[in-house]
Ligand binder design. Structure first.
Ligand code: ADP
Ligand code: MG
Length: 393
């Protein structure tokens, strides 16, 4: 998705006030009625309507008059709210080129005042992995919290919390810098995803490092669940960094064994195919493999000394609780178990949402409302994104 941050520069305090009002209204409306936006924004002389027109022109909101006259945020609108908040906090002051388009995110470079470049991940749940979200959202039309804003925010919070905890335990992950709404700021990882690396000097060393990381993760109570060549970065010195954590689960998850084996299998398969490594005790040695690794220690889930308390102790401190984890696990479960089955229809997925987890989601959502209140206060300071963004201004 294109992110034209130049627009940020032209947005006034009132524009952001109304944009925030739409965001707040979306807590309990998929489409927020105009009168409600106006009531929340409290601009004088019908100013809200003029501002909404401007926001619509810049595609920050979407107009929907099918049932009543109302608006909802677009991803771009949500992006701008997060970016403005982070700029106001002094986390960065410029957005650079796009680094990657993930399955469920867009990644951009962002630049700090001192020139340091960081990575910004904007979560976009509902794109592929959460393809069930639309159906669920329709189903939950009148339930306040179940929407992409909420899910993307929960995924970002989870990613940030896991990254921080893993970094503290010296796992090779990016450094977690900050998080707001659906946006995570982290250090820029040098190098490329493994999938783009045609040749390695020491494939066996890289392989062992990667497998070691999966095992150590499980010892810490965690399974990555999307551990593959797209989520492992390699730099010029063949140093490994693991990325992409929103789908991680605890080793106490009922399907833990299956997820673990799948992660391990992915790595074995990829190294066999791409780097021509052979692991099996082949009867036939002349299979053309260049690198042979003795199959001494394929990690076995049952043999790992697992500490499933990791989630409770470490992650709760970063603001992501076990309850959050359970909710998110429930929601992504369908996706994890049918990721090989592209034929799953939205209708099927809609059925796994029931009233109980809707209620749980709603109560969770209420606990998290404080974040948004802060944002409204930010409109009262004089800091405009444009002030710091463009040297020509
Ligand atoms: P998704 O959940 O959408 O798969 P990822 O976190 O895997 O998102 O990121 C998608 C791509 O963006 C990665 O494959 C990688 O190329 C790039 N990327 C992600 N995080 C960073 C980072 N911290 N530094 C550099 N590139 C990154
Ligand atoms: Mg990824």
């Amino acid at each position: 998705m294109k992110l034209d941050v130049n627009v940020l520069r032209y947005l006034s305090k009132d524009d952001f006030r109304v944009l925030t009002a739409v965001e707040m209204g979306m807590r309990n409306h998929e489409i927020v009625p105009c009168e409600l936006i106006d009531r929340i924004a409290r601009l004088k002389h019908g100013g809200t309507y003029k501002v909404l027109k401007n926001l619509l022109k810049h595609k920050l909101v979407h107009h929907d008059a099918s049932k009543y006259d109302g608006f909802r945020l677009t991803y771009l609108g949500y992006d701008f709210l997060a970016i403005k908040t982070l700029v106001n906090r002094g986390v960065f002051n410029g957005v650079g080129r796009q680094l990657g388009v993930g399955k469920e995110s867009d990644i951009f470079e962002v630049i700090k005042e001192d020139g340091t470049v960081l990575a910004m991940k904007l979560h976009r749940l509902g794109r592929v992995s959460f393809r069930a979200v639309k159906a669920k959202r329709d189903y939950l039309r009148h339930r306040s919290s179940y929407n992409w804003l909420y899910l993307s925010r929960l995924a970002a919070l989870k990613e940030f919390a896991f990254m921080k905890a893993l970094e503290e335990h010296r796992f090779p992950v990016p450094q977690a810098v900050d998080c707001n709404r659906h946006c995570v700021i982290m250090s820029l990882v040098p190098g490329y995803p493994l999938v783009q690396v045609k040749e390695l000097q020491n494939p066996d060393v890289v392989f062992e490092t990667i497998l070691g990381a999966v095992t150590r993760l499980a010892e810490h109570g965690l399974i990555h669940c999307d551990f593959n060549e797209f989520n492992i970065m390699i730099d010029d010195d063949e140093k490994v960094t693991i990325i992409d954590f929103p789908q991680m689960v605890s080793v106490s998850h009922p399907n833990a064994q299956m997820y673990f084996d799948r992660d391990v299998e992915c790595i074995y398969k990829f190294f066999a195919k791409r780097y021509n490594m052979s692991f099996e005790d082949n009867e036939n040695d002349s299979d053309g493999s260049e690198v042979e690794i003795e199959e001494v220690g394929r990690p076995q889930f049952s043999e790992i000394n697992k500490n499933s308390g990791f989630l409770d102790k470490e992650l709760a401190a970063s603001g992501f609780t076990r309850k959050d984890q359970q909710e998110l696990e429930k929601l992504i479960e369908g996706e994890l178990s049918d990721s090989d089955d592209e034929g799953t229809s939205d209708e099927d997925d809609a059925e796994d949402i029931n009233d109980t987890n809707v209620k749980q989601l709603e109560s969770l959502h209420l606990e998290k409302e404080d974040d948004n209140r802060q944002v409204v206060d930010e409109h009262d300071d004089n800091h405009q994104v444009g002030d710091t963004d463009d040297p020509e201004d």
